[in-house]
Design a protein around this ligand. Structure first.
Ligand SMILES: Nc1nc2cc(Br)ccc2s1
Length: 259
């Protein structure tokens, strides 16, 4: 998978050199490039923002630097055979257009399901807005060459898209085969089956007069699995009843209904 991030604060993305994502980049599983938008400014002051038409507080990101930066990202991707536009017909995966993900409080909510969908795409491009946002004509222009996905992490406002991109790249990147050493650990985590994860414990069995649930010491795998599923349902009903409402009933077995 190829990932491109365009930002006026490229150093914000340095965290993507660390840990599992950093190792996946070094192992060639993820190809990630961070591009400084200011390199595409068209004046000697490297200006990337200006006052909003119609008035109002704050500044808006100018369209031309964005179009030049995103076109360069497209050209580099096509040159490396990562995106559609190849002359000869290739596999559908390669022919998919790159996805332009624009972090925005006005975007679709980013979920584990969206992360999984995006982890199967060939080329993801993240546009980090700042100020009051990016001139809307950039989004319209980009639709000619990208699948454009405005994306929100939740109902709160950041100062820019970089923090959201860090979260999304981690959530997406860890789902790419080979990035997580043991794929089993992806199976029983929160949201993988529509429910929150069960509580976990490790040694010592008794800690500051607090014991662990006895069933976990029983060695009875069936009872342990049942306890864990019950805890998932209880925790989800308590903390995220909205997830229970959305749950596909087919995912609930008879015993689930008795919890
Ligand atoms: N929740 C979010 N807030 C923001 C603010 C800006 Br400015 C750019 C992107 C995002 S995503």
């Amino acid at each position: 998978m190829r990932l491109d991030v365009v930002s006026i604060f490229p150093e914000y993305l340095a965290a993507l050199d660390l840990s599992l994502i950093g190792k996946a980049r070094r192992d060639g599983l993820l190809e990630l490039t961070v591009t400084d938008l200011r390199n595409y400014a068209t004046d000697r002051h490297r200006t990337v923002d200006d006052t909003p038409y119609g008035g109002g507080a704050g500044m808006v990101m100018k369209p031309e630097p964005w179009a030049l930066a995103l076109q360069d990202v497209l050209d580099r991707g096509a040159a490396d055979g990562h995106t559609g536009g190849a002359e000869e017909p290739t596999s559908p995966a390669v022919n998919q257009r790159p996805v332009l993900i624009v972090p925005s409080p006005a975007g679709q909510v980013f979920t584990q399901e969206v992360a999984r969908e995006l982890s199967e795409r060939e080329h993801l491009v993240f546009a980090c807005g700042r100020y009051e946002g990016i001139d809307e004509r950039v989004i319209e222009w980009a639709r000619e060459s990208f699948e454009v996905r405005p994306m929100s992490l939740g109902d709160y406002v950041l100062n820019g898209g970089e923090v959201a991109v860090l979260a999304m790249v981690e959530a997406i990147g860890r789902l790419v085969p080979g990035v997580i050493g043991n794929p089993e650990s992806l199976v029983e985590e929160s949201h993988s089956d529509g429910l929150l994860e069960y509580p976990v414990y490790t040694k010592p069995a008794s800690w500051r007069d607090r014991e662990i649930p006895e069933v976990l010491l029983s060695g009875h795998h069936g009872r342990i699995a049942r306890w864990r599923r019950d805890e998932q349902l209880r925790r989800t009903a308590r903390r995220r009843p909205d997830l229970i409402e959305d749950l596909d009933p087919a995912l609930l077995d008879k015993q689930d209904r008795d919890v």
